[in-house]
Design a binder for this molecule. Structure first.
Ligand code: DI6
Ligand code: FE
Length: 393
């Protein structure tokens, strides 16, 4: 983004050439060769609107059954997220609803949430499993995620999140579930081509570092990249664990230690900030933003759209919250939903920046200044998107 030396990497009065779904040239319009301009088959004038890379939501749980508005009411009445989970609610209640839902119903509800994301310029979305926790339902979720990619007009990256919670039928024998999730469900999902990366929820209410380590070793043996829900509610050494396994990202990281942040920097692990969950859980411990700046950790921003802790279908709201709650600059937050989000998905060679050779996923905005993408709460700003160089609406 700094390629042009201006804030936001901005180019005034720019032109973009697209060929075969990729960016063939981008730069100041006055430098566009007359030859290239005259060869264009289609010319579109955007009348001074801003173009950014299509936005990337690099951490979502978009596919799930039911909702948890009842738990929201209970939390507002004083119950904590951890208490609700311990009493058999939380993730497990979404597991019940997701197991009961048909593939068609899961797809329909995911597409509705996707529509909201797309209306704000999202062209790539990561989608996790983790509300099935048995072979059949984990695979069902991942198939639905793939279908969202085929029919939803966006690029989809899937993550297998089998270690999200211990399912009720294994409560007496969690080791058996960990074995099942690692040795049976993951390979079955991989065999169907359903898995782009492997994720886990590392937290005292979820899975230990040792359990996650076993999963990550299996992922590596299958040639898959890993990522981690790390140090969200407590410092469990998640950031360092992610770094030790060269994870694409460590997500949340509110409670990460300095050692963890240093390890992330050394291993080039992206920190994915999830201010929606921070807001909805009324957390008070901020992620160590200044420390990450000092160590040079790349920061992404995502919606974490999920029915429990972040029922949010607005990536631009996450951008605003990242600025207001976490004190990112609007420029950092926008890098967080473009180039750093691409890196968090291992897709930095393909998407996330406007540069020659990249896929032509673009968003066109009705704004005067880039900071408006972080500033307005809810105002529709998108003119249209392009995916693979084709206008989507
Ligand atoms: N992402 C998750 O997977 C968990 N927290 C988070 O930010 C739990 C989601 C849930 O409660 O359903
Ligand atoms: Fe999450």
């Amino acid at each position: 983004m700094q390629a042009w030396g201006e804030p936001y990497g901005a180019i005034e009065d720019a032109a973009v050439l697209i060929k075969g779904g990729r960016i063939a040239w981008v730069g100041p319009r006055r430098e566009l060769s007359i030859h290239a301009a005259s060869q264009a088959e289609i010319v579109e004038h955007l009348d001074g609107r801003w173009i950014t890379p299509g936005l990337i939501d690099c951490h979502t749980h978009l596919v799930f059954g039911g909702d948890r508005s009842d738990e929201f009411e209970r939390r507002l009445a004083g119950a904590s997220y951890q208490e609700i989970a311990a009493a058999g609610g939380g993730i497990v209640s979404t597991v019940r609803a997701t197991r009961a839902a048909s593939e068609a119903a899961l797809l329909a509800s995911a597409l509705k949430r996707l529509e909201a994301l797309k209306r704000e310029g999202v062209t790539t979305v990561e989608i996790k499993s983790g509300y099935g926790l048995d072979r059949q339902t984990e695979l069902k979720m991942l198939r639905v995620a793939r279908q969202v990619g085929f029919g939803g007009g966006v690029r989809v990256a899937t993550s297998y999140l089998g270690l999200h919670a211990v399912p009720p039928e294994h409560r007496a024998d969690r080791a058996a579930y960990v074995d099942l999730a690692i040795d049976e469900i993951l390979p079955a999902a991989v065999a169907e081509g359903l898995v782009d990366a492997v994720d886990a929820y590392c937290e005292p209410i979820a899975f230990s570092g040792e359990e996650v380590r076993r999963l990550f070793e299996k992922a590596r043996s299958l040639g898959l990249p890993v990522k981690l829900h790390a140090d969200q509610l407590s410092d469990g050494g998640g950031a360092a664990l992610a770094a030790a396994h060269h994870a694409l990202s460590a997500d949340h990281v509110e409670h990460a230690s300095e050692d963890g942040i240093a390890a992330m920097a050394a291993a080039d692990v992206v920190a994915v900030l999830l201010p929606g969950a921070f807001l909805m859980l009324r957390e008070t411990v901020l992620p160590p933003i200044d420390m990450m700046r000092r160590y040079g950790v790349a920061m992404a921003v995502a919606s974490d759209c999920n029915p429990g802790t972040s029922p949010m279908t607005s990536l631009l709201t996450a951008v605003t919250l990242a600025c207001v709650q976490f004190r990112l600059t609007p420029e950092e937050a926008l890098a967080g939903v473009t180039r750093h989000a691409a890196q968090a998905l291992g897709l930095q060679d393909e998407i996330g920046v406007l540069a020659e050779g990249k896929v032509a996923d673009l968003a066109v905005w009705n704004i005067e200044r880039p900071a408006e993408l972080a500033y307005w709460l809810g105002l529709p700003r998108l003119e249209r998107t392009y995916v693979d160089g084709e206008p989507t609406a």
